[in-house]
Design a protein around this ligand. Structure first.
Ligand code: SAH
Length: 490
């Protein structure tokens, strides 16, 4: 086989960027814009020893899962990778990926996984689910201001002011900002030269409160014609917070360190709540009603907050269900972020300890606990793999003399972990095993590292009880998985 050879290829899998994967003559081919189930005429574009890249010359027979994407920018935009795949097939693919990793990497038996895996939890409405959008601002060849999204793997901006994953409120806000830029000669930032003022527009929307936050990220300290912009934006219904964030560095990181609120509050408030009756997995935006287990969160421009509030509610309901709390339990919540899960657990547990590496997130967690009058959640800054072993060793050394609240946390009833993609560190896993909690609830955004860690935990005396996949990010390849482990050995 050589470059430009033409051959027929059946697409049987999907890669990390949503590209189609097919096998031909012992070689694996990666093909952009080809979907699982497509049979294509492919042209080889690049060849390596065992794999290669190919282009679609012609679709010989389209996949039965192929649909017309709703978004006209879908092929160029880097935001969604698999919008051309029917939503049902997207869910199936994600679930299969999780299953495959548990079997291949985790060493679990196929039959066991089939028994323990609950059906994937998808969205009722897989569009307009994001509560946060960050639009880069730039200038096109004709000199017009453009706001939108980066094209896949590049930094050229595709003008998409109404992304279908975001809320309808975004587009009119961007239109106001664009008009204000024109009227006041405000320049867009240019990455190549480091000149120009406006870099990004960050918009957050509280799904339950409808509060809106706008933050302009600027290459400078001051915003010219600030009053004119504030006047226009503040007129918009539900506008709650307007701020500027200064980022003068030549970097891909969106936000700089300093944020100044220029109108309204420096934060918006949103709620995540759990319904006490009925099917806890059913939740639609218009059904929001606060319950007595609702937790309020103050979200500032920098805060981490789950981007899909409807699915997050389903996710956290399941964490709570798997934790099996009755009111007496001691719980650790590792990798706790702003304490979102911790505060839910705290309502049903005796004591919760949260651990998180980012100091600002821990500050947010503490103020969210105070806001909700939750007194039985404590938070620690640091790496889970350091905080947990330190805590364990110190208390163990102190021996029986040491009594009281901290001692109780040595052997908690439940440990919840929600690590980033790389999963848990060995030191964290081995301390978890020493602490011997009755249950471990592992929330994961990467089923490969999840499978690796579950193997360690199961070899250390735990049994896998439940696995459930949640689609937090429709049209992308990401998903979340929650697993429940139960202690079996004394
Ligand atoms: N449970 C939270 C956040 C989960 S995201 C929620 O649902 O909102 C994972 C979190 O782990 C991030 O907040 C990240 O800052 C934190 N983190 C990353 N590495 C860590 C480590 N080694 N120790 C503790 N926290 C870590």
């Amino acid at each position: 086989m050589k470059k430009n050879d033409i051959f027929d290829l059946e697409i049987t899998d999907m890669g990390v960027d949503g590209e189609g994967i097919g096998r031909y003559n012992g070689m694996t081919f990666f093909v952009k814009d080809a979907l699982i189930g497509d049979v294509i005429r492919a042209r080889a574009t690049k060849l390596k020893k065992n794999y290669g890249y190919a282009r679609v010359e012609e679709i010989i027979s389209p996949s039965t899962f192929r649909i017309e994407p709703k978004c006209p920018h879908h092929r160029r935009c880097g935001g969604c990778q698999i919008q051309a795949l029917s939503y049902g097939k997207q869910l199936e693919f994600k679930e299969q990926k999780v299953r495959g990793n548990l079997i291949r990497i985790g060493g679990f038996d196929e039959k066991e996984i089939a028994e323990k895996m609950l059906p994937v939890v998808g969205m009722e409405m897989p569009f307009r689910y994001r509560n946060k959008a960050q639009f880069p601002v730039g200038t096109d060849k004709e000199g017009n201001i453009v706001m939108g999204f980066f094209a896949a793997r590049t930094h050229s901006i595709i003008p998409v002011e109404d992304c279908l994953l975001g809320v309808e409120e975004n587009a009119p806000i961007l239109a106001v900002i664009r008009a204000w830029m024109r009227e006041n000669d405000i320049t867009a930032y240019d990455e190549a030269t480091g000149r120009g003022l406006l870099r990004h527009v960050l918009i957050r929307f509280g799904f339950t409160t409808k509060e809106i936050m706008v933050c302009l990220i600027i290459n400078g300290k001051k915003l010219p014609a600030q009053e004119a912009l504030v006047e226009k934006l503040a007129q918009m219904e539900e506008m709650t917070s307007i701020s500027i964030n200064s980022n003068t560095q030549n970097t891909n990181v969106i936000l700089g360190d300093v944020t100044e609120c220029i109108w309204g509050k420096p934060y918006i408030t949103d709620y995540i709540h759990l319904r006490r009756t009925g099917d806890s997995l059913v939740g639609q935006a218009e059904e929001f009603a606060l319950t007595d287990t609702a937790v309020a969160y103050r979200i500032s421009p920098q805060s981490f907050y789950q981007v899909n509030p409807i699915q997050t509610e389903k996710l956290y309901s399941t964490v709570l269900e798997y934790a099996g709390l009755t009111g007496n339990e001691k719980v650790w919540d590792l990798y706790c972020g702003i304490g979102t899960i911790s505060l839910f657990l705290a309502q049903k547990a005796k004591q919760v300890y949260g651990v998180e590496i980012i100091p600002q997130a821990v500050e947010d967690a503490k103020s969210n606990a105070a806001l909700n009058k939750i007194a039985n959640a404590e938070f620690f800054v640091g790496k889970a793999e350091e905080v947990l072993p330190d805590f364990y060793e110190k208390l163990r050394m102190a021996g029986e003399k040491n009594s009281g609240g901290a001692k109780e946390m040595l052997h908690p009833d439940v440990i919840v972990v929600d690590p980033p993609r790389k999963g848990c560190d060995d030191a964290c896993l081995s301390t978890m095993l020493k602490m011997r909690p009755e249950r471990i609830v592992y929330v994961s955004c990467d089923s490969a590292t999840l499978a690796r860690d579950l193997k360690v935990l199961c070899e250390g005396g735990y049994e896998l009880k439940k696995v459930r996949t949640f689609d937090q990010f429709a049209h992308t390849l990401h998903c979340e998985v929650i697993t429940l482990l139960q202690r079996v050995k004394g």
